[in-house]
Design a protein around this ligand. Structure first.
Ligand code: HEM
Length: 490
C-alpha cells in the first residue's frame, strides 16, 4: 500500500500555468468568461490541465475524448460532487445536483431517469406542443418581449410536468417562488466557496464572528427555500385529496408512496427535493438556449431562409409543424445542435439556476464540477483524490481540431457532404458526461425543437431599428457575473 501510494505521489500532475504560492491560480482565472482563458491555455497545456485555487485541486478536461475517458468510462471515480454546507443551512432537502455519489444519489437519479427517459418523455409532447403554440401567440401579442415569452414557455412546461400546475399569469405563486429561491441562491455567496463551506464549524459561531456572514444570510433565506419545497407539496396534496390533481412528477410519486404505505418524512423529503430540482434545473437552461437561438437567427438571416424553405417544402403553410415532422426537417435539427455548440447555455440560465451556482464553486464557468473520489492516473498523470474535475464544455465545443471555423454559427456543418455539409460530429458536451449527465436532456431536446420550429414557421426574426432608422446589430456576448444568458439580444 505504502509503495503504491509512494509511486502515485511521484507521478506528475497534469500541466498548468504558473501559479501564486498560496492563492494558486485564483488571480489568473478571469471572473468573466474563464472558459475562454481555459481554451487558450489548453493550446499550451493540452487536453488535461491542472489548476489550484486556494489549495483546491482543479482538473480541466479540454477535449471530449478526455471527458469521455474519465467521466464516462471511469464514472465510478468521477460521479461525486463537492459538499455545500451553506446550502444545508439554507434548507435544501436532498437535491440531485448537490448530492454526492452514493445510495441517495442513485435513488434520486432513478426517480428522475424513470420520469424523463427517452420513451417516457413522449407522453409530455402534448404539453410541449400546446406551450409552443401558446408561445407563438404570446410573441404576437407581446412585441419586443420575446425574452419574457420564451422564459414563460420553458417555465410553464417544467411546472406543468413537475407539479401539474398551469401558469396563467405573471403573478402566479410559482413564479414568485422561483424568483425568491433564485434570489436566495445568488445572494448567499458562492456555494462551496464561502468561509462556511471551507470551515463548516463557523456556522455555530456568533454572527459578529468574522466569516459567519453567509451563514446569517442562509438562515434569513431559509423561508424561501422552505416555500420552494413546501408550497407545491401542500398544493398538490390538496388537489389530490380533492380529486383534481393533474398528472405530474410529484403526484405520481405521492401516489406511489401511498400505495407502498411508505409515507415517511424521509421519503417525502426525497420527492420534494426531486421535484424542486426539476423546477430549478429545467426551466432556465431551456430558456437560455432559446435566447441564444434568437440571437443566432437575428445575426444569420441566411439560416432562417434555409430553415423556412425546408419547412415550407414539407408543409406549404397547411399546418404548424409537429414532433412527427422532425425526421423530415433535418436542417432544423442542425439548428438545435449548432445552438448548443455555438454558445453553451449551461451552466447558466438565469438567477435561479442551480447549475450556475455550482459552477461558481471554483470560480469557473466550465460545467458543473464532478469530484474525484480516489487518486487516479490518466495518461501517466495523477488526478488527485478530492480534485474538482470540470469538462470544459466551451473548450470542447469550439475545438478547432474538431470543428472548422468553430466561432461561426453554421448549422449545415453537421449535414452530409452530399447536402453541402461537412459531416462534423454532433456536439456532445452540452448535457455533461457520465453518471451525472443531465437527466432532463430528452425533454429539453423536444422543447427546444418545438419552440424553434414553431417560431421559424411563423416569424422572421430581424434586427430592431434604432431612432435613426438604422438596424442595430446585437452583440454576441453572454451577460456578465454569474449568468449565461444572452446580453442585449433585442
Ligand atoms: C437546454 C436544456 C438543458 C441543458 C443544456 C442542461 C445541461 C445540464 C448539464 C451540463 C448538467 C451537468 C451534468 C454533469 O454534471 O456532467 C445538467 C444536470 C442536470 N440537469 Fe440539465 N440541462 C437542461 C435541461 C434540463 C431539464 C429540462 C431538466 C429537468 C427535467 C434538467 C435536470 C437536470 C438535473 C436534475 C441535473 C443534475 C444531475 C446530477 O447531478 O446527477 N436539465 N444539465
Amino acid at each position: 500500500y505504502y509503495l503504491k501510494n509512494k509511486k502515485r505521489s511521484n507521478l506528475p500532475l497534469p500541466p498548468g500555468p504558473p501559479a501564486d504560492p498560496i492563492l494558486g491560480h485564483l488571480r489568473f482565472i478571469p471572473p468573466e468568461a474563464p472558459e475562454d482563458q481555459f481554451a487558450k491555455w489548453s493550446k499550451i497545456y493540452g487536453d488535461v490541465m491542472h489548476l489550484r485555487v486556494l489549495g483546491r485541486d482543479m482538473i480541466i478536461l479540454n477535449t471530449a475524448e478526455a471527458a469521455i475517458d474519465l467521466m464516462d468510462k471511469r464514472s465510478w471515480n468521477y460521479s461525486d460532487r463537492p459538499r455545500f454546507p451553506i446550502l444545508d443551512i439554507m434548507g435544501w432537502v436532498p437535491t440531485l445536483t448537490f448530492i454526492g455519489y452514493g445510495k441517495r444519489f442513485q435513488k434520486h437519479r432513478r426517480l428522475l431517469q424513470q420520469y424523463f427517459s427517452k420513451q417516457k418523455v413522449v407522453e409530455y409532447q402534448p404539453i410541449q406542443l400546446r406551450e409552443a403554440r401558446r408561445l407563438a401567440l404570446n410573441l404576437l401579442d407581446n412585441p419586443g418581449k420575446h425574452e419574457d415569452m420564451t422564459r414563460r414557455f420553458s417555465t410553464s412546461i417544467i411546472i406543468r410536468i413537475a407539479y401539474g400546475h398551469e401558469i396563467k399569469s405573471d403573478d402566479d405563486p410559482y413564479i414568485k417562488i422561483a424568483e425568491d429561491s433564485g434570489y436566495a441562491l445568488t445572494h448567499c455567496g458562492p456555494p462551496g466557496g464561502t468561509p462556511i463551506d471551507l470551515f463548516p464549524a463557523l456556522q455555530h459561531f456568533p454572527s459578529w464572528f468574522p466569516g459567519t456572514y453567509f451563514a446569517g444570510k442562509a438562515r434569513e433565506f431559509n423561508k424561501y427555500i422552505r416555500a420552494l419545497h413546501e408550497y407545491p407539496f401542500a398544493e398538490v396534496r390538496k388537489e389530490m385529496a380533492a380529486g383534481i390533481a393533474k398528472p405530474s412528477f410529484l403526484s405520481y410519486h405521492l401516489e406511489r408512496l401511498h400505495r407502498e404505505e411508505n409515507e415517511t418524512p424521509e421519503e417525502f423529503d426525497d420527492v420534494k427535493g426531486a421535484s424542486a430540482v426539476i423546477f430549478c434545473a429545467g426551466a432556465d437552461t431551456t430558456w437560455s438556449n432559446l435566447s441564444i437561438f434568437m440571437l443566432a437567427m437575428t445575426l444569420h438571416p441566411e439560416c432562417q431562409i434555409r430553415a423556412q424553405a425546408e419547412i415550407d417544402a414539407l408543409l406549404d403553410g397547411s399546418r404548424l409543424p409537429e414532433v412527427s415532422d422532425r425526421e423530415s426537417l433535418p436542417y432544423i435539427d442542425c439548428i438545435v445542435k449548432e445552438t448548443h455548440r455555438w454558445l453553451n447555455a449551461v451552466p447558466g440560465g438565469e438567477s435561479f439556476s442551480l447549475q450556475r451556482q455550482l459552477e461558481v464553486v471554483a470560480n469557473t464557468r466550465t460545467g458543473i464540477p464532478h469530484r474525484a473520489v480516489e487518486d487516479d492516473v490518466y495518461k501517466g498523470m495523477l488526478i488527485p483524490k478530492g480534485a474538482l474535475v470540470f469538462a470544459n464544455t466551451r473548450g470542447i465545443s469550439i475545438n478547432d481540431a474538431v470543428y472548422h471555423d468553430p466561432h461561426t454559427y453554421k448549422p449545415s456543418r453537421y449535414l452530409p457532404k452530399s447536402q453541402g455539409g461537412q459531416e462534423e460530429p454532433e456536439p456532445l458536451a452540452q448535457f455533461g458526461f457520465g453518471r451525472r449527465i443531465c437527466p432532463g436532456r430528452h425533454l429539453a431536446d423536444t422543447s427546444l425543437w418545438l419552440a424553434m420550429v414553431t417560431i421559424l414557421s411563423l416569424y422572421q426574426i430581424r434586427k430592431v431599428k434604432g431612432p435613426d432608422g438604422k438596424e442595430i446589430t446585437p452583440e454576441v456576448a453572454l451577460d456578465s457575473g454569474l449568468t449565461r444568458s444572452v446580453f442585449n439580444a433585442s
